[in-house]
Design a protein around this ligand. Sequence first.
Ligand code: 5GP
Length: 112
Amino acid sequence: MDTLFTKIINREIPAKIIYEDDQVLAFHDIAPQAPVHFLVVPKKPVRTLNDLTEDDKALAGHILFTAQRLALELGCEEGFRVVMNCNDLGGQTVYHIHMHVLGQRQMHWPPG
Ligand code: 5GP
């Protein structure tokens, strides 16, 4: 069964796409929690952060670097937050890893 995000990657479900390359897709979150809120998703459907392997280290770095570059392109140079939720206790709802990037409002700590 394809994940929701694989369906977005395959253009079976529409999304506001920001960026794509051979490894990742970035698109705006459907329920934004900040003026800027987008997701960076690997095309490889890794279920959770717990499922990352040694072989995925370059991909994990690419996700983070893509998040930084797009955050700056979208006007978040004064600050932004990246979040990766892992499993139910971590608040994950879509089981295809993704990095949230939130910006253009003041963030607070601790998160909810
Ligand atoms: P999680 O809770 O797994 O960390 O994050 C999943 C995110 O995916 C949520 O912020 C949610 O709003 C977003 N999301 C869920 N369904 C869709 C969808 O169909 N399209 C888009 N663009 N985002 C979605």
